[in-house]
Design a protein around this ligand. Structure first.
Ligand code: GLC
Length: 472
């Protein structure tokens, strides 16, 4: 079976969030199970010269974006044993950020059209085109409207995965023809709520729709989570399912990770204490083995649960012998809150504003506890990475957090959880985790259990293959 995995970002070429991790690791896991999977993505300006030197030029063609004919270069590169195809057009992709431009609709209409137009130039004909998020949501629509009966394009199936329903690709109806190149006769496929909604189009047209955890697949049928799309998803429920993400356990391995201060493993966990000591030094905090270090590594935005953190953190730090280390960037409101907290508790709070993957790994390795109280979380990768480094997650029971972390109150769980989106329920879970920390033998058992958790792709890759095979 041959799969073309379409993503607007992928490691190691360009990344801004969790989708890049998935696109950078799932295809390799599919290949291990003898599915030939390749990735196709835009060639952004941020792709480094070093990466560019590994690419070879295949061809260039013209791609229609409604009435425009646009240049499209096609490059190929190998990473992690997987072939990556990169779509080149500097006008659309040589920008200072991946998304957030006035013409994103046009940029990704071009990308979607280009993916379909370059198929004859790839080394294989895909059985499945697997699209992700709104940026490639037009592909199932264009396939069914323009390509399904074109010679050489027959019998291709499309799968669409929702990584976050908050971002749907919503545009005014006036650009349906002029930018998206769809006539009035096809308007009903993509129109929703008096707008063009690209994600809605993919849900209508793809053979299967998936999302990145079972719980999120249920949650998005509910208006509280669906950002308006629940009527469509309820109607198309029969093609919706959840498959949990995995993490790249070769890259995230405390035994071999070159970014951590000292390597360690479940068999030989002593190095974790060295990481804690060096981390405390790095953040200018008192170096003490007997104080719990709780970490936050996140985009600092509301849906990650920072309103809860704001509500209780002064009270918690004021009354507790503990340290808090924060790495992240985002809304001014939360960045400012953490600066104030650091000023008020200089001996208890370490803060670095930014997105710094190498430092993140040092924190995963050196912390004892990992706080992730998201309001909603389609899957979440950080809680799985934390486990992999033996750091105990405290999470809200939502989406993938619910599916990967179980409360250790039952004697077998791997973390601490709370249900309602309520600051004092979160505080209760944090206090229980701190009590556990001070019970050394018990906490060591928890760390050992975390280090042994298997969140590799192997189970989920099989579920994707079963899903691909189920489409007739
Ligand atoms: C999005 C989601 C996150 C998920 C990631 C990869 O970033 O918000 O929960 O883990 O996609 O699927």
């Amino acid at each position: 079976m041959k799969v073309l995995y379409v993503s607007s970002e992928a490691y190691p070429f360009a990344a801004s969030g969790g989708l890049a991790d998935v696109a950078g690791s799932l295809p390799a896991a599919l290949r291990k199970r003898r599915v030939s999977a390749s990735v196709i993505m835009p060639l952004y300006g941020c792709v480094t010269d070093e990466m560019r030197s590994t690419m070879t030029f295949i061809t260039n063609i013209s791609v229609p974006v409604s009435w425009r004919m646009q240049y499209c270069g096609l490059f190929e590169a190998k990473a992690n044993g997987v072939t990556y195809y990169l779509i080149d057009n500097e006008y659309y992709f040589k920008r200072d950020s991946l998304y957030g431009h006035f013409d994103d609709g046009e940029r990704f209409a071009f990308f979607s059209r280009a993916v379909l137009e370059v198929l004859p130039y790839l080394a294989f004909k895909p059985d499945i085109i697997h699209c992700n998020d709104w940026q490639s949501a037009l592909i199932p629509v264009y396939y069914s409207v323009y390509y399904a009966t074109r010679p050489g394009y027959e019998n291709i199936k499309t799968v669409f995965t929702i990584h976050n329903i908050q971002y749907q690709g919503i545009y005014g109806k006036e650009i349906l023809g002029d930018v998206f190149g769809l006539g009035e006769e096809h308007a009903s496929l993509v129109e929703f709520g008096d707008c063009v909604n690209l994600m809605k189009g993919a849900i209508e047209c793809a053979n299967k729709v998936t999302t990145v955890s079972n719980t999120y697949a249920e949650e998005i049928l509910d208006p509280w989570f669906s950002h308006g799309l629940h009527p469509i998803l309820q109607e198309r429920h029969y093609k919706l399912s959840g498959i949990l993400n995995g993490i790249d356990v070769i890259s995230y391995d405390p035994e071999t990770d070159k970014n951590v201060f000292e390597n360690y493993s479940a068999k030989n966990p002593a190095g974790k204490a060295v990481n804690k000591e060096k981390l405390q030094e790095y953040f200018n905090l008192p170096v003490r083995a007997d104080v719990p270090v709780m970490a936050i590594i996140s985009r600092l935005v509301s849906h990650k649960g920072f309103d809860l953190v704001k509500r209780i953190m002064w009270e918690l730090l004021g009354s507790t012998d503990m340290q808090l280390i924060v790495l992240g960037s985002g809304d001014w409101e939360y960045e400012n809150f953490f600066w104030e907290l650091k000023n008020a508790f200089p001996d208890k709070v370490g803060l670095k504003v930014g997105f710094i993957p190498a430092l993140a790994r040092k924190i995963y390795a050196g912390a004892d506890l990992f706080l992730m109280p998201s309001k909603s979380e389609p899957c979440g990768l950080s809680q799985m990475v934390a486990l992999r480094y033996g750091t105990i997650p405290i999470v809200r029971e939502t989406g993938g957090l619910k599916d990967t972390i179980t409360d250790s109150g039952d004697g077998v769980g791997n973390g601490f959880t709370f249900k309602s989106y309520d600051a004092y329920d979160m505080l209760d879970a944090i206090r229980r985790s701190l009590d556990a920390y001070w019970n050394r033998d018990y906490f060591n058992t928890l760390v050992e259990r975390a280090l042994k958790c298997d969140n590799s792709w192997s189970k989920s890759a099989k579920e994707y293959i079963d899903l691909y095979k189920s489409i007739d």
